[in-house]
Design a protein around this ligand. Structure first.
Ligand code: RB5
Length: 154
């Protein structure tokens, strides 16, 4: 599996730890982030990883900034991204929401928790079914700015 990774200056060390972890899992890792601790604008890395996933250049993306928030917002403009600071939400974000980009904060989670979040996310699979309908609704909002509400389903 090919994973695009991106980060800003707040997350260089954690990016390297997670990159190694991904390689140990057998993943190919493409680095779209900075390797410097000099101030770096997180939208650049978020956009690049989101774009690479949307274009099919990588299978999935992982983003890390101080909180995971800014970089995920940037990626979200082009591809479904989510910030998760714990493994349960990360796993469910894949099973129910079919997220293709995972983000977390280097100032929020430690490296062992970050590895656990990554593992739960990568090991989970989209369940489809009723979740497919909801994910399609998200796409509709994304593409049109509107949602045609036909039925208020469970
Ligand atoms: C950088 O100081 C910080 O704003 C950034 O890493 C991130 O937390 C933004 O959401």
């Amino acid at each position: 599996m090919k994973i695009g990774i991106g980060n800003d200056h707040a997350a260089v060390e954690l990016k390297n730890i997670i990159s190694e972890h991904l390689k140990e899992r057998g993943c190919e890792v493409v680095n779209f982030g900075t390797d410097s601790t000099e101030s770096f604008d997180y939208p650049i890395a978020g956009y690049k990883v989101g774009r690479a996933v949307a274009d099919g250049d990588v299978d999935l993306g992982i983003l890390i900034c101080g909180t995971g928030v800014g970089i995920s917002l940037a990626a979200n403009k082009v591809e479904g991204a989510v910030v998760c600071s714990e493994p349960f939400s990360a796993k469910l974000s894949r099973m129910h929401n079919n997220t293709n980009v995972l983000a977390f904060g280097a100032r929020v989670v430690g490296s062992e928790l970050a590895k656990m979040i990554v593992d739960e996310w990568l090991d989970a699979e989209f369940e489809g079914g009723r979740h497919e309908r909801r994910v399609n609704m998200l796409k509709e909002i994304d593409e049109t700015g509107h949602l045609k509400i036909v039925d208020e389903a469970e």
